[in-house]
Design a protein around this ligand. Structure first.
Ligand SMILES: [Fe+2]
Ligand SMILES: [Fe+2]
Length: 425
C-alpha cells in the first residue's frame, strides 16, 4: 500500500474545476474582522522589540500582497485554457482581499498609514530589505516580459517566480512561522484568523501553480530550461528575504524560530513543489540553480554561511577571505558548473591578488574544488577575490571585467569557448 501512495502522481486528484469550486466554498471577509482585541494586545502583550520584529515581518506581507494583486493580469492573458484564466481571476480577487486585510491591520492595530492603501504602503516601505526588493522587482519586470511575450516557456518562468518562489517558498513558510507563535501564545485573535484564511487561500494558489507548471511542461520542451534559468537568477535573492535587519537574528528567534529553521522549511517546500510539477530542482537542465549540497537543513546552514561571508546576496562590504569560508564558496562554484557541458576534462585555476589560490577540476561526474595550485591548468583566471565574488554573486558582468582588464584569462581559450556552457553566467 505504501509503495502505491509513494509513486502516485500528486496532481492526479487536482483539476482546475475543482480548484475553482474550492474557491467558491472558501470565501471569507477581511472587512468584517474585529481588530479591537488585537489592538489592545498589540500594546499590552508584546514587548517593544517584539512589536518591531513583527512589524518588519508583516510589512513584507503587506507589500507582497499588494504587488501580487497588481501583477497577476498578464498571467490571466497568457494562460492557454479558459479554466486556468478563471482560476487566476479568482486568485487575483483573493490577493486583493489579502492586501485589504494587511492594510486594515497596519492602520487599526499598529496605527500606521493614512486614508489610502498607498499611504499604508509608503509607511511600511522602509522595512523592505534587499532580498525582498530584488524578488518583487523581478516580479515587475517578469510581468512586463510576459505581456510582451506570452509564450509557454515565459509563462512557466513567471509561474515559477510567482507561485513556486513567492507563494510556496516565501509566503507559505512565513505564514507558518507567524501563525505558530500566535497560536502558541494565544495572541491577536482577528489577525490570526485572517492569517489562517490567507494561508488556506495560498495553499489553493500553490496547488494551481504546480498543476499549471506540470501542464505547461507537457506543452513545450523548453519549459524546464526556462524554469532553471529563472531559479538560477532569483534563488540568491530569495534566501536573502529572510535576512533580518542588520543580521540581528532576534527578529526571528524572539518568536521561536532561527534563520536555519525558516530557510530549511522554504527549501523543503520548493523541492517538493518542483518535484510535484515533474521538474525536480536538482535535475533541471543547465548549470545547477541551487549549488549547495546536503540535506535541506545542511543546505539552509551553508546558505546562511554564504550570505554572512558576503558571497551571495546584498553586498555590504568586502567578502570574507577566511579559509573555511573560501572552501565553502569553491564547493558551490564547483557544484554550480554544468560539467556535462565540458568538452574535455581540465582544471580552472584562480589566482587572486588578495587571497589564496584555488582551483576546480572539471570532469563530467566528479567536478571538485581544491585549495592551492593545479598541475597544468587548462585555464588560469587572474583577478581580485572581491571582483571574483562580485561575478559569482551576479553583481558584476565578467565580460565587462575582462574588457576593463580587471579579470585576465590565459591558457587554452579554445577549450574555454567549447566548454562555455558550463558557466552559470
Ligand atoms: Fe496572497
Ligand atoms: Fe496567493
Amino acid at each position: 500500500m505504501e509503495i502505491a501512495t509513494a509513486t502516485r502522481n500528486p496532481l492526479a486528484d487536482v483539476s482546475y474545476e475543482d480548484l475553482y469550486r474550492r474557491w467558491e466554498h472558501g470565501q471569507w471577509s477581511s472587512t468584517e474582522l474585529d481588530f479591537s482585541t488585537d489592538s489592545e494586545e498589540w500594546q499590552t502583550e508584546l514587548s517593544d522589540f517584539e512589536r518591531r520584529a513583527a512589524l518588519w515581518n508583516y510589512s513584507l506581507f503587506f507589500w507582497g500582497e499588494d504587488a501580487v494583486t497588481d501583477g497577476l493580469s498578464p498571467y490571466i492573458d497568457a494562460a492557454p485554457l479558459e479554466e486556468q484564466k478563471y482560476f487566476l481571476a479568482t486568485q487575483q480577487a483573493d490577493e486583493a482581499r489579502h492586501a485589504v486585510f494587511f492594510n486594515r491591520f497596519m492602520k487599526e492595530v499598529v496605527g500606521i498609514g493614512g486614508d489610502s492603501v498607498s499611504d499604508g504602503l509608503k509607511a511600511i516601505e522602509p522595512n523592505l530589505n534587499w532580498g525582498f526588493r530584488e524578488v518583487f522587482g523581478r516580479l515587475e519586470t517578469m510581468c512586463a516580459e510576459l505581456r510582451r511575450n506570452p509564450s509557454i516557456p515565459r509563462l512557466a518562468a513567471a509561474v515559477t517566480l510567482y507561485h513556486v518562489v513567492i507563494e510556496a517558498t516565501l509566503a507559505q513558510t512565513g505564514q507558518h512561522f507567524i501563525t505558530s507563535y500566535l497560536t502558541e501564545r494565544d495572541l491577536l485573535p482577528a489577525f490570526r484568523s485572517g492569517m489562517e484564511n490567507v494561508a488556506a487561500d495560498e495553499q489553493r494558489h500553490i496547488a494551481f501553480g504546480v498543476k499549471l507548471l506540470s501542464d505547461l511542461r507537457e506543452l513545450d520542451p523548453e519549459v524546464p530550461a526556462a524554469v532553471s534559468d529563472l531559479l538560477r537568477e532569483i534563488l540568491p535573492a530569495t534566501v536573502s528575504v529572510i535576512v533580518p535587519p542588520g543580521w540581528d537574528e532576534r527578529y526571528l528567534t524572539v518568536f521561536g524560530s532561527t534563520f536555519e529553521d525558516i530557510a530549511e522549511e522554504g527549501i523543503v517546500s520548493i523541492l517538493s513543489k518542483l518535484r510535484s510539477a515533474g521538474m525536480p530542482l536538482d535535475e533541471l537542465p543547465g548549470p545547477p540553480p541551487f549549488p549547495v549540497a546536503g540535506t535541506p537543513r545542511q543546505r539552509a546552514e551553508r546558505t546562511k554561511r554564504l550570505l554572512k561571508a558576503g558571497y551571495i546576496g546584498e553586498k555590504t562590504g568586502p567578502p570574507s577571505a577566511g579559509s573555511e569560508d573560501m572552501g565553502l564558496l569553491f564547493d558551490a562554484v564547483a557544484a554550480g558548473l554544468d560539467s556535462g557541458a565540458v568538452s574535455e576534462p581540465g582544471a580552472i585555476q584562480w589566482e587572486f591578488r588578495d587571497a589564496e589560490p584555488w582551483h576546480v577540476i572539471v570532469t563530467n561526474g566528479s567536478t571538485r574544488a581544491a585549495r592551492g595550485r593545479a598541475d597544468a591548468p587548462r585555464l588560469t583566471l587572474k583577478t581580485t577575490f572581491e571582483d571574483f565574488v562580485d561575478v559569482v554573486a551576479n553583481r558584476a558582468d565578467p565580460r565587462l571585467m575582462v574588457a576593463r582588464g580587471r579579470l585576465r584569462a590565459r591558457g587554452d581559450l579554445r577549450w574555454l569557448w567549447k566548454s562555455r556552457r558550463m558557466f552559470p553566467v
